[in-house]
Design a protein around this ligand. Sequence first.
Ligand SMILES: Cc1ncc(COP(=O)(O)O)c(CNc2cc3ccccc3n(O)c2=O)c1O
Length: 453
Amino acid sequence: MNYARFLTAVSAARKPSPIRILNMFTRNSDRVFLPKFELALIFSVPTCTKLKLQQRSPPSLISLAGGAPNPNTFPFLSASIEVRNGETVTFSEAAMKRALQYSASNGIPELLTWMKSLQKKLHNPPTANYSPENGQMEMCVTTGSQEGLCKVFEMLVNPGDNVLLDAPTYSGTLAALQPLGCNLINVPSDQHGIIPAALKEVLSRWDPLEVHRPGSTAPKILYTIPNGGNPTGASMTAQRKKEVYELAQQYDMLIIEDDPYYFLQFNKPWAPTFLSMDTDGRIIRTDSFSKILSSGLRIGFVTGPKLLVDRVVLHIQASTMHTSTFTQLMVSQLLHSWGQEGFLQHIDRVIEFYRTQRDAMISSADKWLKDVAEWHTPTAGMFLWIKIKGIADTQQLIMERALEKEVLLVPGGVFMINSSDPCPYVRAAFSLSTPEQIDEAFRRLSALIKEAL
Ligand SMILES: Cc1ncc(COP(=O)(O)O)c(CNc2cc3ccccc3n(O)c2=O)c1O
């Protein structure tokens, strides 16, 4: 893969932040460990020299280099966090000093190592054993997958670029993409995700043999939410993923697999991911702990070809520097205590919760909405995408009349590429309300639809 052709000029121009490396040589007591990656980027010298440099920073080294603050001045001394299953995540005084200090831009080593091992167990990416030039699987921690998406888009998308995605889609993606001045092209989809034949039709405007010609306007990226789509609840079949991947190969496109609902698939076996079939190194995957561990801790991951993930990390260096060390250490301690088996047992409990919620919402929809609306039962995620019959656009219905009836949903227009296009859909989340509240909400929705009609 020639990854250079995908980079924007801004991303290609990014250089490592010198201070991020010099911080490595802090006093031994509160060393901020930075991996070889950051050393490699600043001292572009053969790895063996880098390793010697790293090894040559012995405890006897006195560093006056790093601009890191002295953690002995921090007011926080220690912490003990109670976990539902009776365990405790603790921060001793020494651990708290590290947790409150700067850390590596690509993520703390113990969290990255744990996640890389989980990715290999779940997806067995072909790229795990590739060389960097051939797309070696790399990962970095991001502050939510939202940061990962935003930085990946800013790495790949130039003004005027054609970008493919299946609308309706997550409003946060539209918010990150549209200011980049790209041309968003919708790929028709249904409850099973992108329709490969429709993607083939969209791509037929370009000659696959011409996509590398300078000035070619052929799309270079395709974005999709493969499981429990937001807002549609759609989940792609393995066969469709395979056909979509083959089209991406034919037109030399990257696929951005935004998959925060991967762990909320109600049925097993879970669908194989694009990452699991990525023989070329053309998948950039974003994962999130928001729907399974915490949304407020802001822990996400980007998984993809090393040469591209390294560019995302350079952007992190120049923006947030890194995701909160404290939250990374807190989550890492829990994951190491649970192990992969314990983590997956937690996931099973979360899945059962959302399955029950989904069933309650479908039951109430059947009871109150079957004469006035249509929907597909989602097999993953936390959203029901409801088409209101006889109404061209739900914006006014929801934003004015629904509020009067004290029921709140999201009008479908916010998920469309052009938010002013009329949209007869509404998004209902079954994540927070109780089954009783969902039933009452749909009773109110039914009443206001009948009044509106
Ligand atoms: C497909 C897809 N990709 C990425 C993200 C970002 O998740 P992160 O890992 O937490 O950064 C999301 C989060 N989606 C939402 C978030 C949200 C936050 C406050 C209030 C409302 C929100 N609604 O409605 C959402 O859909 C998502 O659905």
